[in-house]
Design a binder for this molecule. Structure first.
Ligand SMILES: *Cc1c(COP(=O)(O)O)cnc(C)c1O
Length: 383
């Protein structure tokens, strides 16, 4: 119908942000009643006192008629200080010139793609199952996506296939490898073997290591960035820091790459209020982040409870979510039915890669997850 639209986009399947709560739909108020365990957010809202601080900041310090700080100066400094906290004092520190801030890490993923692969100059490599945004954003830009698999037991990447695929893909060559550390939806951190392979990649391939779940895994490769100009680490305020509504992510890399990322992004990509929210969160991290410990305890409790269910295979997790599959799905519809049933009862989980990705919620939510999965699996077994 729209003859001016690029031909490849008509086939294109967009990311579904929340499968429920379609705007304008009669269900639009419904997500509030659900246990929203399908997008790996922190179950706890920003505490009231920090919201008050932000409100004060909006009234007193933000001039709505003025553009935001397009250089993100104060925020970059605060992020650098935070990143450096986890870097041993005798290693080189990260400076604000090594940080770029995005409207969510999604924006940074897109900037990285624009900076590397456009004009037919490159394709990207991902190991499925993984975070779907890399492929989706690449495709909207007309960038080819090459995919390899993972071990079905451990979800380690198939490095032999990856190596062969890179050798084979010449038109265009693979310019970026995207990995998540720990991976979503499977929750496994990169192994030494995988890290060694990433280190072995040549300088003309960019390695993107997405550490969206760093605060939960406490494992990071930022200390290696000074030796590796072809590596970039992505992080976000959307998960542990409870700021998904504000859309703030950041990239840490060699300052030359950061300069390029800042060149291709929109000049005022991050609203003043979001910059203020991220700053407030960082300034109050000593009170905000301890919740991570509680969520990890809840994760372990959820894991223990779910591993006792004989029909379910649950994988260990380095993040704030669990990945699970049915052991012997008699027929492939069972998991879809179970997913729908959980939703009908009020628990939203992500149906992905023939399994469920379930976010760790509050103790009450996790209790309901356990009960509803138990009941659902019993019913499935009896039919
Ligand atoms: C949640 C998540 C992000 C965060 O994206 P934002 O755009 O910053 O909200 C990035 N990468 C992965 C793998 C994620 O799971």
């Amino acid at each position: 119908m729209l003859e001016f639209i690029r031909s490849d986009l008509s086939e294109f399947k967009a990311y579904t942000p929340h499968p429920t709560g379609v705007p304008g739909h009669t269900e639009s108020a419904a997500p509030l009643q659900y246990d929203q365990l399908d997008t790996n957010e922190n179950p706890y809202d920003l505490p009231e006192d920090l919201k008050q601080k932000l409100t004060w900041h909006y009234t007193q310090a933000i001039r709505a008629n003025r553009y935001p700080d397009g250089g993100h100066g104060q925020l970059k400094q605060a992020i650098a200080d935070y990143v450096n906290e986890s870097i041993n004092a005798d290693l080189p520190n990260i400076s604000p010139t090594q940080i770029s801030v995005g409207n969510g890490s999604d924006e940074l993923i897109r900037s990285l793609l624009i900076a590397t692969c456009l004009r037919g100059e490159g394709s990207i490599l991902v190991a499925d199952p993984t975070f779907s945004m890399y492929g989706i954003l690449a495709e909207t830009l007309g960038i080819p996506v090459v995919r390899v698999g993972r071990s079905s037991a451990t979800f380690e990447m198939d490095l032999v296939a990856a190596e062969a695929t890179i050798a084979r893909s010449q038109h265009p060559p693979v310019r970026v490898v995207f990995v998540v550390h720990p991976n979503s939806p499977t929750a496994n951190a990169l192994t030494d073997h995988e890290l060694a392979w990433l280190r072995s990649l040549p300088a003309n391939i960019l390695v993107v290591i997405d550490e969206a779940y760093f605060e939960f895994s406490q494992t990071s490769v930022v200390t290696e960035l000074c030796q590796r100009p072809n590596w970039v680490v992505l992080r976000t305020f959307s998960k542990a820091f409870r700021l998904a509504a504000h859309r703030v992510g950041y990239a840490v890399a060699h300052s030359d790459l950061i300069t390029i990322l800042d060149k291709v992004r929109l000049p005022y990509n991050l609203p003043s209020f979001s910059q203020a929210a991220a700053l407030v969160a960082l300034q109050n991290r000593s009170s905000l982040l301890p919740i991570v410990t509680q969520l990890l305890q809840e994760r372990d409790r959820l894991f223990q409870a779910l591993t006792t269910l004989p029909d379910l295979q649950v994988w260990p997790s380095d993040a704030n979510f669990l990945f699970m599959r049915l052991r012997q799905p008699a027929n492939p519809d069972v998991i879809t039915q179970l997913h729908a049933q959980l939703k009908a009862e009020g628990t939203l989980v992500r149906l992905i890669a023939n399994g469920f990705r379930v976010t760790v919620g509050t103790p009450e939510e996790n209790g309901r997850t356990i009960d509803r999965l138990k009941t659902g699996l019993n019913q499935a077994a009896n039919c």
